[in-house]
Design a protein around this ligand. Structure first.
Ligand code: UDP
Length: 195
């Protein structure tokens, strides 16, 4: 995918089908990759936060999340991007996962919300196998256990809902230790799914 630069912050020039194609390739491959959404807020923050910028740079896929990013790219003469919302990509990944009988782990949000999402997803996407879930308030000393749990679950897809920039920093730090194939940072999506 072509990676462009908006005010020093990377974003991939993908449309929705192309983003899904990249997800498909990650699911076929052996190297864990993570997906982050780039929105105007994150662009502004990453300009002042080198750790967030580094995290974004190590993502396999950076989706242009929102019309603000599309406009910025056009205004900068970087061509026409099309909007790929993280909130739309997650359900699409769940559909692929359901069709392929993939194993999913859900990390993030409050214990209540996390548990609800673990119940709701397999109902909404029959075939999707939620093999583990963990709320988003794990303390640093307990991270090795979380990593071990995710790997023991044999999850292939991991959704991380810690909000930003927490989830991007987490994915940069821990995805290299994980045996998952695809990891997506989904912000507040678990709260939306839990209703
Ligand atoms: N969250 C979490 N762990 C944390 C902080 C936040 O799991 O240490 C979850 C929170 O429960 C919510 C999501 O991250 O589901 C987004 O949180 P918030 O709106 O506070 O973050 P923002 O998106 O505003 O950065």
């Amino acid at each position: 995918n072509q990676r462009i630069d908006i005010f020093g912050v990377p974003v991939d020039a993908v449309d929705f089908p192309r983003a899904l194609e990249t997800v498909g390739k990650l699911l076929e491959g052996d190297h864990a990759g993570f997906i982050a959404a780039v929105n105007p807020e994150k662009i502004m923050r990453a300009r002042d936060d080198v750790r967030l910028l580094e995290a974004l740079n190590s993502a396999k896929l950076l989706i242009p999340d929102g019309i603000g990013v599309v406009w910025a790219a056009r205004w900068l003469g970087l061509g026409r991007l099309s909007r790929v919302a993280g909130a739309d990509l997650m359900p699409a990944i769940c559909e692929i996962g359901a069709a392929q009988g993939r194993k999913v782990f859900l990390y993030g949000a409050s214990p209540d919300v996390n548990g609800k999402v673990a119940r709701i997803l397999p109902e909404r996407y029959p075939g999707l196998r939620v093999v583990g879930h963990q709320h988003g308030y794990v303390r640093e000393p307990d991270m090795p256990k979380l990593v071990a749990d995710i790997n023991a679950s044999q999850a292939e897809i991991l959704f991380v809902a810690l909000g930003s920039p927490r989830q991007e920093l987490w994915m940069r730090r821990y995805v290299p230790e994980l045996a998952v194939k695809v990891c997506q940072g989904v912000g507040g999506s678990f709260d939306v799914i839990a209703g």
